[in-house]
Design a protein around this ligand. Sequence first.
Ligand code: ARG
Length: 390
Amino acid sequence: MKKVVLAYSGGLDTSCCVKWLQDKGFEVICFSADLGSEFSPQELRKKARAGGVARIYVEDLREEFARDYILPSLKANAVYESKYVLSTALGRPLIAKYLVDIAHKEQAEYVAHGCTGKGNDQVRIDTTVKILGPKLKIIAPVREWELTSRESEIEYARNKNIPISATKDKIYSIDQNIWGISIEGGMMEDLNNAPDEAAYVLTKHIDKTPDKADYAELEFEQGVPVKVNGKKKKFLAIIELLNELGGKHCIGRTDLVEDRTVGIKSREVYEAPAAWILIRAHQELESVVLDKDTLGFKEIAGLKYAQLVYQGLWFSRLRRSLDAFMLLTQEKVTGTIKLKLYKGNISVVSRKSQYSLYKKDLATYGEKDQFNREDAKGFIEIFSLPYRER
Ligand code: ARG
């Protein structure tokens, strides 16, 4: 029997993939990466067993995801098209890396995934597999089969006795991990419809948020968040805590019409409370400790970084080189930013750093001003010279 290792989430698409591959004569081995998704390992095992898979690997990759994928992206303040913190995009290369490793271990010739033929995820997973396991053959059932809508998949699942979970799965396609949630499909495909309040997973309706603010005091060491409200915590624990705290105040919702790598525009709604809180705090700290040129260039490099991640080019020389640059910029990104979380907004309460380049004596309009205004006159004469000549 031909062996295939399938990246399995337990959702509608991959549940149908199991059956479809079995019907094509494959022995199906499943691999589920736990990046902080909705299904517990027990649920996944149970579902896979009910689907008759030969073996299932469930790996808790949350620590590795946080440390090796999210953290570098946070250092770069990577955000795609101003609104997407790349939660799904960052997870794909990690999933693909494990898919390749397990296929090698199982001596399988094939790997499979449940990505559609229109999305970014097929590009990200296929590209990573081709880089890390060039001999492996890739099967993407959803790209090939005749089930062209979610409705027909549900129909197929019913006919084949495939266990699928209820409600939301049927309406929207949802991808969830610790860095955020992506929600698409259904009525949101019409740009005239506001997001469906019922689709949100992590964030409370703004009307149900508390009338009292919460505060998140975030301490960074060389760009790495190390403490929240005075308590030392692992990066993963910080993310989990901030998702909860931010979710309570309806922080981190975005609604984006985005440009997919395959050329089409699509609409996706995102929830990422922790990501937006951390990026905001990190940017605030950088604004205090980094010089103007580094800040400006880092912003441009961060845009490129986000595009690379979005396009699935995680395992590229450019991404790794940009990481090296980002890392060097973080040398003095040490300090504490206190944020207020209230009614869907993040505002800054205080900024502290031993490496602050902000000098009150220079900036003040008050008494102790150390800035030499006399020098300003001469500076402006020379600064404006080429423009005056023109
Ligand atoms: N648009 C996002 C991306 O390309 C998310 C894709 C998956 N979305 C989903 N709802 N399953 O990274």
